[in-house]
Design a binder for this molecule. Structure first.
Ligand code: AMP
Length: 210
């Protein structure tokens, strides 16, 4: 049977996930925080790790390039998760998806609010549910800058400690969702490699319960 491949993103998720993977016996053959290689062989319950951009993790898993992945709920909501199984909340890389605006911001009355975000779908849904007319400005990062330079009125972004918002004169004005990382599984692999995937999921679950 083909060994399992796990797709992961660098950054917070990798930092929080590596100790957990170690405890269930996943042994990458290289130091993931240093190597420039993007596919790293491993010993233990998975045979390889793929290091990809966080927003690409669901795509690799959906198409079966990896049977397993770990992705934030923010990324999964944006991707649309009907094409994947999501069997386990790992409760790591926890944060909140928030609307944030300059401290003391007065919402414009006579025009649409301009919202900068990379979470276009979730921002659109959130404001549509409230009947608030907005113009979404798609950015790929550093959203906190947009209100400072007049590109947007407010932003939709992930907030953990709130320090990044504070450093840029912003504050959260609404919480859209709470976020944590999830294990995701390719649908076909869930049938074809059911035993290995169930064992992997159970091992992770047992670690989380400790
Ligand atoms: P903080 O200053 O602790 O509130 O962190 C906010 C910054 O970190 C923002 O730029 C967020 O996009 C990013 N961030 C916070 N939590 C996460 C997470 N769980 N995954 C990815 N990025 C995050």
């Amino acid at each position: 049977m083909k060994p399992l491949t796990l797709a992961l993103a660098k950054g917070r998720i990798l930092e929080d996930t590596l100790p957990l993977l170690e405890r269930i016996g996943v042994r990458p053959q290289q130091d993931l925080t240093r190597t420039r290689e993007l596919r790293i062989a491993a010993e233990g319950p998975v045979g390889a790790l793929l290091i990809v951009r966080s927003s690409d993790v669901p795509t690799y898993v959906e198409h079966g390039a990896a049977q397993l992945g770990i992705a934030g709920k923010d990324v999964l909501r944006e991707h649309g998760s009907g094409t994947l199984y999501e069997p386990l909340d790992l409760n790591i890389a926890r944060c909140r998806l928030c609307v944030a605006a300059p401290v003391g911001w007065q919402p414009p009355q006579r025009r649409r609010w301009r919202i900068a975000t990379k979470y276009v779908q979730q921002a659109r849904d959130y404001f549509a549910e409230r009947g608030q007319q907005v113009e979404i400005i798609k950015l790929y990062g550093s959203m906190e800058l947009a209100p400072l330079v007049g590109l947007a009125d407010a932003i939709v972004d992930l907030v953990d400690t709130g320090n990044t918002l504070k450093a840029n004169g912003l504050e959260p004005i609404a919480e859209i969702n709470s976020i944590s990382s999830r294990l995701i599984v390719n649908k076909a692999a869930m049938k074809l490699q059911a035993v290995a995937i169930r064992e992997f999921t159970a091992a992770l679950e047992a670690q989380l319960a400790r």
